[in-house]
Design a protein around this ligand. Structure first.
Ligand SMILES: NC(=O)c1ccc[n+]([C@@H]2O[C@H](COP(=O)([O-])OP(=O)(O)OC[C@H]3O[C@@H](n4cnc5c(N)ncnc54)[C@H](OP(=O)(O)O)[C@@H]3O)[C@@H](O)[C@H]2O)c1
Length: 297
């Protein structure tokens, strides 16, 4: 089968489309014929050799966590899903024709494979940071970097819960943030005053890692009310860093519930063929997105 792989850490050009052995599911896993793989920033962070936890990456390595496709092998002890089912979920080396998933859910009606591949990591992260922020219905959450994959999910889940959001994004994404129910303003010079003019925040999320922890602490009145998913300096400045993934199966169940009720939609910014994974990584790394990118297999 075809699979995207890299044998050394480095820029997008280390990615190769290779012929590889097909993977098979272990106990509690399923294998899918991948139809689309979600492109997440963590994919290029791993490819660059950034240290993202205590599990070292062994080379050569496949790429990709999120995918959607059709189940074609079922591991020992797996119940409730069968060959031919359309599922989305999280696994390993998903930029490939076949991939093993360790967490999955049936795709909701009406969702395309490329849309579905964009949800798993994004929704897990959004639910986690909302929980850790402690923000309650009726309160206001400030979100720096609100238009990307994680931001798109945070805004819609917050709206569903009756939480007001003030979000920052680039000029091209202001109407997009408003369409997700947020009060919107641009980042860049003068943004603190612009946010203050929109209201008082009970908690804040830094989703872009753009060096704004001090300002978010000032706007919420307390650094402990600030959570970052992208700035490793956050704890040194008194804020919290959220890094340990929560339950992906629970997140997928919640994603299906929200999507089916029409309360959550992550748009697809752009799709690429598997052979153009390097271009997808370069685009993701540029740091401007509306929703998620996906590789079509
Ligand atoms: N710790 C964790 O568990 C965890 C989990 C998931 C993701 N992450 C990290 O969190 C970050 C966001 O992930 P993502 O998937 O949402 O990324 P993404 O889809 O690429 O979105 C990035 C967003 O950042 C915005 N942005 C760029 N420069 C900005 C600035 N100076 N100020 C404010 N916003 C800015 C962009 O807005 P415009 O396009 O409007 O400019 C874009 O919407 C990545 O660094 C990722 O590695 C961490």
């Amino acid at each position: 089968m075809k699979k995207v792989s890299f044998a050394e850490f480095g820029g997008p050009d280390v990615l190769r489309l290779i012929d590889a052995e097909e993977p098979h599911p272990g106990p509690g896993q399923v294998r899918i014929a991948v139809r689309a793989a979600g492109v997440n920033p963590v994919d290029w962070r791993i490819r660059e050799g950034q240290v993202l936890g205590d599990r070292p990456v062994e080379l050569p390595s496949g790429v990709g966590l999120d995918a959607a496709g059709v189940v074609d092998e079922v591991g020992e002890g797996v119940e409730g899903v069968g060959i031919g089912d359309r599922v989305f979920g999280e696994g390993a080396s998903t930029y490939a024709e076949f991939a093993v998933l360790s967490a999955w859910a049936r795709m909701p009606e009406g969702l395309t494979f490329e849309e579905a591949a964009g949800y798993p990591s994004v929704v897990e992260t959004a639910l986690r940071v909302l929980r850790e922020s402690g923000v309650r219905p009726g309160q206001t959450l400030l979100v720096s970097g609100a238009s990307g994959g994680v931001g798109s999910a945070v805004l819609q889940i917050a709206r569903d819960r009756g939480i007001t959001v003030i979000g920052t994004a680039g000029p091209a994404n202001q109407d997009y943030l408003r369409s997700l129910g947020a009060l919107a303003t641009t980042y860049g010079e003068g943004w603190v005053e612009r946010v203050r003019a929109l209201g008082r925040a009970d908690a804040a999320l830094d989703l872009a890692g753009s060096g704004v922890i001090r300002e978010l602490a000032e706007l919420t009145g307390d650094a402990r009310k600030v959570i970052s998913i992208a700035d490793l300096d956050a704890p040194r400045l008194g804020a919290r860093f959220s890094g340990a993934a929560g339950s992906v199966p629970e997140a997928l169940t919640e994603a299906v519930r929200l999507i089916s009720r029409g309360m959550l939609h992550i748009p697809v910014e752009k799709t690429y063929p598997l052979a153009e994974a390097a271009e997808a990584h370069a685009d993701s790394r540029a740091g401007h997105a509306r929703g998620r990118r996906a590789l079509i297999v």
